[in-house]
Design a protein around this ligand. Structure first.
Ligand code: FPP
Ligand code: MG
Length: 296
């Protein structure tokens, strides 16, 4: 089924009718296809599910193209980003092509589905804007961070789960709640891996979030745990490229206050909420496990 998603993605990119868009699309590493997998898991027997999966993956790819421009990231999934190899103008326009193409294809779906996906992309963009604002200074406001997290990452996954449930005649609200919590857990694990995983696994520098100004949950928790002198040191590292010694200090303090295990425990609680929303469903349970146990 996932091959069907890939075939439809290629068809949609071909339909653009401009060779450079094929060229650029070929340069993007596909990724985990979490969103398409989720749609297929909820609506395995629906003929339109792979097409919806392809649409959502194009939107996601577009958002990452723009995100790499915004974050000035030169690596994406271990390969040079389009903004790094061809410049920001090309990356932005390629993102525009992909998401407008996805929206054209979305018009073929029931209006409830089309609206849900479209509204989530507005939320995604608001979340990204909040993320940029939050990165301007060291943020200690957990609630603001969590709101941003929901908008930037969970909202599209929530809309995928809701839409797939509607396609399959299942409970939309229950699946939306599952998708929302899956998305939150995904991003919390992402925040953790940025600190714990090595650069080869991550495909980008480690502790990169903090260098980009992002005070993710482990940093907010660490700030709360630290005595005041160390808090000032932590704040002084915010938004800077860190050397090995500085990275080591952060990791040692995270160990000392058991921040990472607390973040995992939080992600696990969020996953339990996701599972509670839908009852027993082995394939949706398996998706939760891949998210919480992933290493990159
Ligand atoms: C990655 O965050 C970014 C997102 C999940 C969403 C980005 C959304 C936009 C740019 C809005 C525009 C949307 C469209 C469809 C054009 P991150 O920087 O925390 O993660 P990373 O480490 O993977 O870069
Ligand atoms: Mg980014």
């Amino acid at each position: 089924m996932l091959e069907r998603v890939e075939t439809i993605i290629s068809q949609l990119v071909d339909e653009v009718g401009y060779v450079r868009s094929n060229e650029f699309y070929a340069k993007l590493a596909g990724g985990k296809r979490l969103r398409a997998r989720l749609i297929l898991a909820i609506a395995p027997n629906e003929p339109e599910a792979p097409r919806l999966g392809a649409i959502v993956e194009l939107i996601h790819a577009a958002s990452l193209l723009h995100d790499d421009v915004i974050d000035e990231s030169t690596l994406r999934r271990g390969v040079p980003s389009i903004n790094a190899t061809h410049g920001s103008k090309m990356a932005i326009m390629m993102g525009d092509i992909l998401y407008s193409k996805a929206f054209s294809a979305l018009t073929g779906f029931d209006s409830k589905i089309a609206r849900s996906i479209a509204e989530s992309v507005t939320n995604l963009s608001v979340g990204e804007m909040m993320d940029v604002e939050l990165a301007e200074a060291f943020n200690t406001d957990r609630q603001r961070y969590e709101k941003m997290l929901y908008l930037k990452t969970a909202t599209l996954i929530e809309a995928c789960a809701y839409s797939a449930a509607l396609l399959a005649g299942k409970n939309g609200d229950a699946h939306a709640l599952y998708g929302k919590n899956l998305g939150l857990a995904f991003q919390i694990v992402d925040d953790i891996l940025d600190i714990t995983a090595d650069e080869a696994t991550l495909g980008k520098p480690s502790l990169n979030d903090f260098s980009e100004g992002k005070t993710t949950l482990p940093y907010i928790d660490l700030y709360e745990a630290l005595p005041s002198q160390d808090r000032q040191l932590l704040i002084s590292y915010h938004g800077k490229i860190l050397n090995d010694e500085q990275k080591k200090w952060i990791r040692t303090k995270m160990d000392e206050f058991e921040i990472i295990s607390a973040s995992y425990a939080y992600a696990r609680r969020v996953c339990d909420e996701a599972l509670d929303a839908i009852g027993e469903d082995p394939s949706l349970r398996a998706i939760i496990e891949t998210v919480i146990q992933r290493s990159h």
